[in-house]
Design a protein around this ligand. Structure first.
Ligand code: ATP
Ligand code: MG
Length: 986
């Protein structure tokens, strides 16, 4: 309690500190959110010497394991991990304060499900935090927090409860009594200081790395003299956590044990929204000035009833929930789009797309708002948050445009989805669960967020058959993983056999007109617009035979008179999407893949209901997937051109494959492909992207096409007429006799669907390059946001490698420390090998890491030798000129122990030596060496075996040197045995 006594004395000296806007001037409504935020920052900056840092963007820079920045500490992770570059600015920080934009909507921290249902979890929120990096610790952290809450913000003390870590016997951790005592000393009554187990009060960054106990501060919204201790950490909306103070004092090792960290850190986080709720004397975050302007704007935009703050069953029709969801989600959208996360198809972007769709759905279905409401809220959000985060003001129009575009796309499918659900429900038996296949197609084909489907069903009092749904999801994942293999298994419905083909011909069924697949244009704002397509079913195919009708639930091939679906060919993956029967907008037939067979395009379809030849259908291609393929296909042509440009004209394409996720390109070339080549290739590609060249496409007779000079063709059969794709130069120009135009740009025979201009590729990064065979290389590349991300990850890892190298060069003299660094080199080597990043950079980092590994190994060996020499020296002095030395000695590893033994024998060649070294784990290491003079009578292996058997262990070696280990319990007996054995041999 001595520390606590000091603290009490210090607190008595504290002169109450006042922030600029004294609480006395607040009036009844309490301080505005902006004042609360500023007071926090100033309190730590001015009163406690913290450096104020801006919020990091919510898009994590270079951390591929994170979807969104979800806590203030994210940007300081390298400091906690000890991997910070010692010369970087970050490494200079001792005390820091900031207000961090956080998103918890995916990955480890995901509060999306709670948003709207409760009143204190958001997808986007602001985290106020203060940090100590190896500076102050528990005592100061708690007292600063207490001072701020009770003296600056003047929160009544009796409403606050604090928790501390109650210990964990399985980890051998005691309760954090130090923390408990600090709170007691600060005057918190014992009934408000509560222990909680590991799950609540021990914070870990990941499976390994820094961790430690934490202490949380909770607020009782009800008060009135009651004791609310029993409600803390129970998920009650009345007693809510507002602040978490983490004390980073251990490191969790790979083996699962905890070792104390050399430096102690403090990492705290307090949700601004929850704090403002307390200070404005409200019960719900949505009743504070961070949300009321947005709720008002929603009301204005949709008419209808006002927001009343109702929750749960009282909230009839979920109108209040809709208000909360929309207000929350539009904030998240504004912040994410500003920081470069756009609604998209994978990772964080997919999460954002779901958030947007969830918001749109609540706007239209529950609030009955006209389209455009969501985007109309953007200026209000910017008003509320723009002072704290000025970056929001830069592109307000762009945020609104992106929201509107995505809304329009979703609204059309929403309408369809609603009808599908309605019709399915009508056909269901009352006690049935909602069929998983229908939910799957809503999710997969119409892009419905899962929780949205749940919600729509919940409103109808129906549950989804989630077990079956999970199974479908698993199957889909497997199918994607196996790609071709899986498709081949299903091939019976997709590839027509010879008999069926002959039958189609003899029945005069015309081959499919698939020209509508090229029917797309660039819209006014540069977005791609795909024309709709209507068709008639000519024939169905199932169980290797042509059929006029296929029953509900069956998998079949569908042959149409025309289609806008791209069938897998020329290395471009097929389109996905769905069909609908004309006039029946409530049934959706998913199209899983599309193949070309003898001129017929076979759509692989699940017939949710009976399908018949003659049915009229409307075709919907998954436009996002198609666009991603178009980007990657055009990028493949750029890559092919750039490779030729850099590696020489005899570089020939051997094969390529394009999917929505990546592109693969095989080519043969003379000589090795160096990393400089890859960098140069990327540069050439980027230049063409920047020029935003027009992609010219036209069909020409094959004979004419073959005359084009320098034409890049692959050894494939081409149809006649054939399509020419030419970058920047009109097809007519490359066809002119003797024109050399095709020598200087990319001109290929290609039936793929391409971009109309190269700019949309945005960026290309080669993330892998390897030799398939002598002279044949395969590269894998990604484009757009993925390429950008790969580059950021590369830079981030380069920094980590740089930091590691500096720390290694500092030349530690502690063996465990150097061993830790060596382990870090190993871990980083694995990450560098397995993460998507530019290949040239990967190679560069791998070379450095290899050298670092050598440095570390040499350093360890050298330190071990030094230590061994010192230990041997003192043993030699102790046992001066004895024929046998038997002793115990501290040594960190068997190899050090052996080195001590070797060293002793070198210095004193007539002496035989056996040393034992007890370890913290309870194990005893043994090493021995027998003097040449004593051979062959005296065998080292026998000696060690006799000694280790005594300790219930084992040993082995030669007659000169041997080693082994055993149990500490038998150590005294082992020493006696060692001596008796030696004496019997001498
Ligand atoms: P809870 O148990 O309430 O979800 P948490 O334990 O996940 O909180 P921490 O990770 O400790 O919270 O984050 C620190 C602080 O950030 C919390 O005390 C709270 O004030 C705030 N906070 C956390 N998640 C949210 C959220 N989704 N919305 C608003 N504030 C949040
Ligand atoms: Mg949480």
């Amino acid at each position: 309690m001595a520390a606590a006594g000091r603290l009490r004395r210090r607190l008595l000296l504290v002169v109450p500190w006042r922030w600029g806007c004294s609480p006395r001037r607040w009036g009844t409504g309490g301080p505005a959110a902006g004042q609360v935020r500023v007071a926090f920052l100033r309190f730590f900056q001015e009163r406690h010497g913290h450096r104020r840092l801006p919020s990091a963007p919510v898009r994590p820079r270079g951390d591929p394991r994170l979807l969104f920045v979800n806590a203030g500490m994210n940007q300081f992770k390298p400091i906690f991990l000890g991997t910070v570059h010692p010369r970087s600015e970050l490494a200079q920080y001792k005390r820091v304060v900031n207000s961090q934009k956080c998103v918890r909507a995916g990955g480890k921290h995901n509060d999306l499900e709670d948003v709207g249902r409760d009143t204190y979890h958001h997808t986007f929120f602001e985290m106020l935090g203060n940090w100590s990096f190896g500076d102050y610790f528990k005592e100061e952290a708690c007292s600063m927090a207490w001072e701020l809450l009770t003296e600056v913000y003047e929160i009544p003390r009796d409403r606050l409860y604090v928790t501390y870590f109650g210990g964990d016997s399985s980890l051998g951790l005691n309760a954090d009594e130090e923390c408990r005592d600090i709170w007691l000393c600060l005057g918190v009554p014992a009934s408000h200081v509560l222990p909680f187990p590991l799950k609540d009060n021990f914070w870990e960054m990941g499976d390994t790395g820094p961790c430690g106990p934490c202490t949380e501060i909770h607020y009782d919204h009800v008060g009135g003299g009651r004791n609310a201790a029993a409600l803390v950490n129970q998920g009650s909306p009345d007693v809510v956590e507002i602040w978490n103070l983490v004390f980073m004092q251990y490191s969790r090792e790979v083996e699962g044990n905890l070792i104390p960290l050399p430096q102690h850190h403090v990492d705290t986080g307090m949700g601004l929204e929850r704090l403002v709720t307390v200070l404005q004397n409200k019960h719900s975050n949505y009743d504070t000035d961070l949300f009321t302007p947005i709720l008002d704007a929603i009301h204005k935009g949709c008419g209808g009833p006002r927001y009343q703050g109702l929750v749960g069953e009282a909230d009839i029709g979920a109108v209040n929930m809709a208000y909360r969801v929309v207000a929350d989600h539009v904030r998240t959208l504004c912040v994410c789009i500003t920081d470069g996360i756009y609604p998209g198809l994978s990772g964080a972007e997919l999460v954002l797309r779901r958030i947007l769709r969830r918001a749109v759905r609540f706007c239209s279905e529950v609030l009955h708002a006209p389209p455009g409401l969501l985007a109309s809220l953007v200026p209000t959000v910017v008003d509320v948050l723009g002072d704290a985060y000025p970056e929001l003001r830069k592109n307000t129009d762009q945020i609104a445009d992106i929201i509107n575009e995505n809304e329009a796309a979703f609204l059309s499918s929403l309408e369809r989805g609603r009808r599908i659900i309605e019709r399915t429900v009508q056909q269901m038996e009352p006690s049935m669960d909602f069929p998983a296949e229908v939910a799957w197609s809503l999710y997969g084909n119409l892009g419905f967020p899962l929780d949205l489907i749940d919600l729509m069903l919940e409103e109808k009092g129906i549950r989804l058959d989630s077990a079956a749904f999970d199974e479908l999801a698993l199957e889909d994942a497997k199918r994607k993983a196996h790609g071709l293999q899986a498709r081949q298994l299903e091939g019976e419905n997709v590839y027509l056999d010879v008999h069926s083909l002959a039958q189609l011909h003899s029945n005069n069924v015309p081959v499919t007109d698939d020209s509508p697949k090229y029917a797309y244009t660039l819209g006014q704002h540069g977005q791609y617009e795909f024309s709709p397509c209507q068709a008639t079913i000519l024939m169905l195919y199932r169980d290797q035979s042509l059929q006029e009708e296929v029953g509900a639930g069956q998998h079949c091939g569908v042959i149409l008179d025309r289609t806008n679906f791209y069938a897998e060919q020329g290395g471009q993956a097929s389109d996905r999407g769905y069909l609908m029967r004309l006039g029946q907008q409530d049934t959706l037939f998913p199209v899983e893949s599309v193949h070309l067979c003898g001129g017929y395009v076979i759509h692989e379809v699940t017939a949710v209901e009976t399908l018949r030849a003659g049915d009229q259908v409307q075709l919907f291609v998954d436009e996002a997937q198609r666009l991603a393929c178009m980007i990657n296909h055009t990028a493949t042509h750029l890559l092919s051109f750039a490779l030729r440009h850099i590696l020489g004209d005899n570089t020939e394409q051997q094969g390529s494959h394009v999917t929505a996720e990546r592109l693969r390109f095989d080519f043969n070339t003379k000589g090795p492909v160096t990393m400089e080549h890859l960098q140069q290739v990327e540069q050439v590609v980027q230049e063409v992207i920047k020029r935003n060249e027009v992609v010219h496409m036209a069909e020409v007779p094959l004979t004419l096409a073959r005359r084009v000079q320098g034409l890049r063709t692959v050894d494939e059969e081409y149809p006649d007429p054939v399509r020419i794709v030419s970058l920047g130069v009109p097809v007519e120009s490359v066809l002119i006799h003797d024109s050399e135009a095709a020598m200087h740009t990319s001109v290929e025979l290609c039936c793929g669907t391409h971009l109309l201009q190269t700019g949309a590729v945005e960026d290309l990064a080669i993330i892998s390059e390897r030799q398939l065979a002598k002279g044949i290389s395969r590269v894998i590349a990604v484009t757009g946001g993925q390429a950008k991300q790969a580059r950021e990850v590369g830079q981030y890892l380069a920094m980590e490698v740089d930091s590691l190298s500096i720390r290694l060069k500092q030349g530690s003299t502690s063996i465990p420390e150097v061993q830790n660094l060596s382990r870090e080199v190993g871990q980083l080597t694995k990450v560098v090998a397995s993460t998507a990043m530019p290949q040239w950079q990967r190679k560069e980092l791998q070379t450095i890491l290899k050298a670092l590994q050598r440095t570390a190994n040499t350093a360890i060996k050298k330190l071990e030798m030094q230590q061994a020499a010192e230990k041997a020296q003192s043993l030699l002095a102790k046992h001066c000129n004895q024929p046998v030395i038997i002793d115990t000695v501290p040594a960190d590893s068997p190899s050090i122990l052996m080195k001590v033994v070797n060293h002793l024998c070198d210095k004193s060649p007539g002496t035989s030596v056996l040393l034992l070294s007890p370890q913290a784990s309870g194990e005893v290491l043994c090493a021995c060496q027998v003097s040449k003079n004593c051979l062959p009578m005296f065998s080292a292996a026998d000696w060690a075996t006799a000694v280790c058997t005594q300790m219930e262990g084992k040993a082995g070696g030669s007659c000169v040197v041997a080693k082994g280990s055993g149990n500490a319990k038998g150590m005294q007996g082992a020493l006696t045995t060692a001596l008796a054995f030696a004496q019997s041999k001498l």
